[in-house]
Ligand binder design. Sequence first.
Ligand code: CU
Length: 193
Amino acid sequence: MLLLGGALVATPAVAAPEPEAEGRTWIMRAVDDPEQRWVSEDTGTSIVIIAPGDTVEWRFDQAGQGHDLISLDTRTPWPTDVAEYRDIGGEPFRYTFDEPGMYEFICSLHGPTMGGMVVVQESSGNQPPAASPVVAPTSGSAPLVVHFTANAMDPDGDPVELVWDFGVGGSQSTADHAMFEYTTPGSTSRACS
Ligand SMILES: [Cu+2]
């Protein structure tokens, strides 16, 4: 979320940095369709790329039979070995990865086709969005239609949410290019928050 300040007497609005994201959770599912395999909800494959501090949750709720989850130390050794078995309907298993590396896992009951890998990568992290807001005109006689252009973008290509606060009675807009008509003479200036 990016909060921008709109102003009649314009003060430069600056993009508020996104708060440090807490580690997200990535879902990996055991499926039997009809081959047994692990499928990441995000990638559709058995490989998921995450950031340090993220958690992977292995789910067994779509499996038609029991599976196990065994950590392999062929690439990066796991800090704590994992050896979990779940019957049909068994509870998910969660594991938080703090160190970069390539962590392999397998269902030993179904062999290499039901293997997968968690890639923990330092710099694949999300970059905060940025904006170069332009407000024009910055003065005139009432009623005055003012254009607010955020020029907001996200370096990762993620959708950017923004909010213009026009400084009048809580009026807001979430458009990259917003227009607002000031009907009452006066001046307003809002800092970003
Ligand atoms: Cu299995």
